[in-house]
Design a protein around this ligand. Structure first.
Ligand SMILES: C[S@@+](CC[C@H](N)C(=O)[O-])C[C@H]1O[C@@H](n2cnc3c(N)ncnc32)[C@H](O)[C@@H]1O
Length: 214
């Protein structure tokens, strides 16, 4: 079970409803439990969907998305480090929060129309199921409303690194997966080695910082 911190950022009224959330959560949970569920067809559907959303992403969703990640960075007890990988960075809405913490932030996304809107200096067009990065590359892996490919996260993470998981609409977010499921997937990908997690709600969202247990 994660250690749950008290909420410090209130949830304002007016949380948006995403009708597609339930179906999308089932897919995200299936991938977290078994990454072989991912396919070229699934990847094409992601690109189709986010190509449509890209032109309006920042206008429609820019205000609330950074809230849980900012709280995670402030209170999650992240280890010091130099390099961070932002998986599924999208248009780069959250990247400025990361460059305040890590001096090298590598941003990866599958959808060209999302990625080209980011002004981050290091952007890679790539699939989170096969990250184009060397083993042990990152001191932190950021997963903000993206599917979890735990084997790849564990592969690119340095031994003393940490994973930041966040869902901007909390349990109603399309990519929401319970923190316990995230932790189990990381443990499975680490050959059964235990992980610990600290978590909290913030704004409309939630976050967790997960690390291999000492
Ligand atoms: C919900 S958006 C989140 C974007 C950004 N993290 C944010 O909070 O604004 C999900 C992003 O993940 C990307 N994505 C989905 N599946 C992916 C995969 N397998 N590999 C890389 N990126 C992926 C999509 O293209 C999209 O840009």
């Amino acid at each position: 079970m994660p250690q749950t911190l008290p909420r410090v950022v209130p949830a304002p009224p007016g949380k948006p409803i995403r009708p597609e959330a339930s179906a999308s959560q089932q897919t995200s949970e299936a991938i977290a439990r078994n990454p072989s569920q991912w396919s070229a067809t699934a990847a094409r559907e992601v690109v189709r969907r986010y190509t449509e959303l890209a032109p309006h992403w920042n206008d429609d969703r820019g205000g609330y998305r950074p809230v849980p990640l900012a709280d995670a960075l402030a209170r999650g007890g992240l280890p010091a480090g130099r390099r961070c990988v932002e998986v599924g960075c999208g248009t780069g809405l959250l990247t400025p929060l990361l460059t305040e913490v890590w001096s090298e932030v590598v941003c990866v996304d599958l959808t060209p129309e999302m990625l080209r809107r980011s002004s981050a200096p290091w952007r890679l067009l790539g699939d989170a199921s096969r990250l184009p990065l060397a083993a042990g590359f990152a001191d932190a892996v950021i997963l903000a409303d993206v599917p979890l490919f735990a084997d790849e996260v564990v592969r690119v993470l340095a031994p003393s690194g940490a994973v930041v998981w966040s869902n901007a609409l909390g349990m109603d977010a399309p990519h929401h997966v319970p923190v316990e499921t995230v932790c189990s997937a990381l443990e499975r990908a680490s050959g059964g080695a235990p992980w610990s997690a600290v978590a909290a709600e913030a704004g409309w969202g939630l976050w967790a910082v997960l690390r291999p247990a000492a």
